[in-house]
Design a protein around this ligand. Structure first.
Ligand code: CLF
Ligand code: SF4
Length: 297
């Protein structure tokens, strides 16, 4: 599966469980939930739970300080040798909490230089963070891009918080889309691998995502991950006042197949929690709660 990739890219993905389908059978990732705040509102997010752009919604992760997070990573690394990747994916937006996120990355790049660092973002402040991401040798960035058309975006994002004020409607979507696309171009230019996550929302962006896929590919994204909206009361998610449903398995697969003609598609995403630990689909987080880590000292 990886044979066709140039050697320098193969090196970056061969042990990353999300970027290589093959790797996910053997290598594990962990997330640390150091990023509570968010700078946008997605209609499908009710804020009480983990960021639904990347993490499994409907669960609440225990927020850690950067110091606690580093302690946890060191404890997990000592217990699970297959753990190759540390990701920050919530519970809010990692780049809306830059001090906490970059303090964690800085400490880890010093204490555990062999662990790959990974981050997932809605992209609003991404262009301002590219320099800093490159400084910490971050090779893998996920941007959640649900649209490239502000009219579609206005149905997904009621507002963004931008330059100290709240901006609503089409204007908000326009700014968010421009920032996401600029961030993607800047990362691609530096050779940082970009995965694009899109949340498929039937009746809102389902017919638009094939175009999103073409555009992000043209701008140098490495991988596209179309994820289903999980719109169930028990997951704490909802779709505004529209009562939007999630796609069926068949609808999701059809769209993934449609995009696959143009783009590498990720099909093994498990929509993990913001504090997930272990192989994809496995969650060993309960073995590494803070009280247990403190007790390991
Ligand atoms: Fe985490 Fe995301 Fe990095 Fe992977 S998860 S920050 S790229 S290390 Fe992976 Fe989980 Fe899907 Fe995310 S299976 S939700 S794609
Ligand atoms: Fe919620 Fe994530 Fe959207 Fe922020 S980016 S509103 S945390 S789903």
């Amino acid at each position: 599966q990886l044979g066709h990739l140039p050697e320098h890219i193969r090196q970056k993905v061969h042990n990353h469980p999300c970027y290589s389908e093959q790797a996910h059978h053997y290598f594990a990732r962990m997330h640390v939930a150091v990023a509570p705040a968010c700078n946008i509102q997605c209609n499908y997010c009710n804020r009480k739970y983990d960021c639904a752009n990347e993490s499994r919604p409907g669960v609440v992760s225990e927020v850690l300080s950067p110091d606690q997070a580093v302690k946890k990573v060191m404890a997990v690394a000592a217990t699970i040798p297959q753990m190759t990747v540390l990701g920050i994916a919530g519970p809010g937006d990692p780049l809306a909490n830059p001090e906490r996120t970059f303090d964690t990355f800085r400490q880890l790049s010093e204490k555990a230089p062999d662990i790959k660092l990974c981050v997932s973002t809605n992209g609003l402040t991404l262009p301002d963070c590219v320099e800093e991401l490159a400084k910490h040798n971050i090779d893998h960035v996920t941007i959640t891009i649900n649209c490239v058309d502000p009219d579609v975006g206005a149905k997904i994002y009621p507002w963004i918080f931008w330059n100290n004020r709240r901006i609503r409607g089409r204007e908000a979507a326009e700014i968010l889309i421009a920032q996401q696309q600029k961030g993607l171009e800047m990362l691609a230019e530096r050779g940082i691998l970009v995965k694009v996550n899109s949340v498929m929302i039937p009746g809102v962006n389902d017919e638009h995502l094939a175009e999103v896929s073409r555009i992000v590919k043209a701008k140098g994204a490495f991988l596209h991950n179309v994820m289903p909206l999980i719109a169930e009361a028990e997951h704490g998610t909802y779709y505004g006042v529209m009562g939007q449903r999630g796609p069926t398995h068949e609808e999701l697969q059809k769209l993934q197949d449609q995009c696959a003609g143009d783009m590498n598609m990720m099909r093994h995403c498990r929509q993990c929690r913001a504090d997930a630990v272990g192989l994809l689909g496995e969650d060993r987080g309960q073995e590494f709660t803070l009280d247990k880590i403190e007790a390991m000292d």
